[in-house]
Design a protein. Structure first.
Length: 110
């Protein structure tokens, strides 16, 4: 049976892409996760996960123009697909359902 929900890291990457928009590539994705989620990440782990997300049809990627500041290499930009957005929403619903009704979690943050 195929997996229906995202891992926490996959979810963070997809949410970072949604937050960043059209300029989503490895460095800004990592920066967004580090700044917003307060989680340090390795750039290699970001790209490994992005490759897996693309293989699963949750993101697509395109290459920008080569730039001199990158030694003539092009940036690889990522966009979330409809399937990816559905996976984010399904995972959000699952977590919300699991969190609701737990007495220890009522009353705000710890």
């Amino acid at each position: 049976m195929p997996r229906q929900h995202l891992t926490d890291f996959e979810l963070m990457i997809l949410l970072a892409i949604l937050r960043i928009g059209d300029d989503s590539y490895g460095v800004p994705i990592a920066r967004e996760i580090e700044q917003t989620a307060k989680r340090s990440v390795l750039l290699g782990a970001i790209y490994t996960c992005l490759d897996r997300l693309e293989q699963n049809g949750l993101v697509t990627s395109t290459y920008g123009d080569p730039t001199p500041e990158r030694g003539g290499r092009a940036k690889r930009f990522f966009k979330i697909t409809g399937k990816g957005l559905k996976a984010v929403k399904d995972t959000q619903r699952a977590f919300t359902a699991l969190w609701s009704g737990i007495p220890q979690l009522k009353g705000g943050t710890v």
